[in-house]
Design a protein around this ligand. Structure first.
Ligand code: A3P
Length: 319
């Protein structure tokens, strides 16, 4: 019965029912405050705006989906917990990376669950910056934003959507999906506004918001891991450098290493109220920079490049 629900619990559904809705991806998306979202995630985001109590020592890992969330979660969790676990009793040996850092707006995380965590918390989100619960900026919470080159992000999204869709025949062609992505109609899209909002926040609060790129981790994982550890307030010591702990973290969280673990090869989770079903293995596809050339025509690549150039013009952001 809904009779006992508090207004804050019934309000999101009522609101969501009034929003523009559009089909095309594996689930319909609703348009709320300039972003396209899956309704179950929007519901939890709206709840989070009432219920989430930011703490000054929270760290938020924010990503546009398919930009390397899985990798960032594994790296950040391993860095901050490196004195608690060895590489032989490590939670990532038995949990998928998605689960070691809970999402603010996606189960098994969610606003109520993250409230129960001890400080200092690591919390992840795909939320656009403008839809994060209030207080995160004013309290000076750390934010790590990871973005990825849009052509590769789209190719990753395309493959993922086909895998998670419960219908055997995914109804959308590559070209139609590409057009939707370029229109800004994609989960948590428009992707350029997602990137730009966090970019601007990183300029406003440079000490507390770090803006990373998937490609930079690929090209120099050791340096990024050092940078991330400093940013998170747990820099590697001389002694750790001498015993090559940074290499160990990088190797442990590498695509090959994580993908080969049993927990990441089998099993699946359901999201969006059972409408999508994600095999753990779908979080690990190829893990390469520049895979777009194998799927997209040169013309499409140029079209997306020009679009991004235009959207980012004057912002100082280059991807
Ligand atoms: P591809 O589809 O291009 O292979 P997200 O975690 O945000 O959903 O992003 C998924 C993308 O990150 C996928 O890209 C996936 O293969 C890649 N990925 C996952 N784990 C990785 C890791 N440890 N190192 C590098 N890339 C990884």
């Amino acid at each position: 019965s809904h009779a006992n629900n508090s207004p804050s619990e019934t309000y999101p559904e009522t609101l969501i029912a009034t929003l523009p809705m559009r089909e095309g991806w594996s689930t319909p998306l609703v348009f709320y405050k300039n972003f396209w979202l899956r309704s179950p995630m929007l519901k939890d985001l709206l709840l989070a705006q009432n219920k989430f109590r930011p703490r000054h020592d929270d760290t938020i890992l924010a990503t546009n989906p398919k930009s390397g969330t899985t990798w960032l979660k594994a790296l950040a969790f391993t860095i901050v917990n490196r004195h608690r676990y060895t590489f032989t009793n490590h939670p990532l040996l038995i949990c998928i990376p998605q689960d070691v850092v809970p999402f603010l707006e996606i189960k098994p995380g969610g606003p109520e669950y993250v409230e129960t965590l001890p400080s200092p918390r690591l919390i992840s989100t795909h939320s656009p910056f403008s839809l994060l619960p209030p207080g995160i900026s004013s309290l000076g919470c750390r934010i790590v934003y990871l973005c990825r080159e849009p052509k590769d992000t789209f190719v990753s999204r395309w493959h993922f959507e086909r895998k998670i869709c419960k219908d055997d025949d995914y109804p959308v062609s590559f070209n139609d999906a590409f057009d939707m992505f370029c229109e800004g109609f994609s989960p948590y899209g428009p992707f350029w506004n997602h990137n730009l909002e966090y970019w601007k926040e990183s300029l406003r609060r440079p000490k507390e918001v770090i803006f990373l790129r998937y490609e930079e981790i690929v090209s120099d994982p050791l340096e990024v891991v050092r940078k991330l550890a400093r940013f998170l307030g747990v820099p590697f010591t001389m002694q750790e450098e001498e015993s090559r702990v940074v290499d160990q973290v990088v190797n442990f969280c590498s695509f090959e290493s994580l993908r080969s673990l049993g927990v990441n090869r089998t099993g699946r989770v359901e999201h969006a109220g059972g409408k999508i079903s994600i095999d753990h293995s779908s979080y690990f596809r190829k893990g390469k920079v520049g895979d777009w050339v194998n799927h997209m025509s040169k013309d499409m690549g140029e079209k997306l490049d020009l679009l991004v150039e235009d959207k980012f013009k004057g912002s100082g952001l280059e991807i």
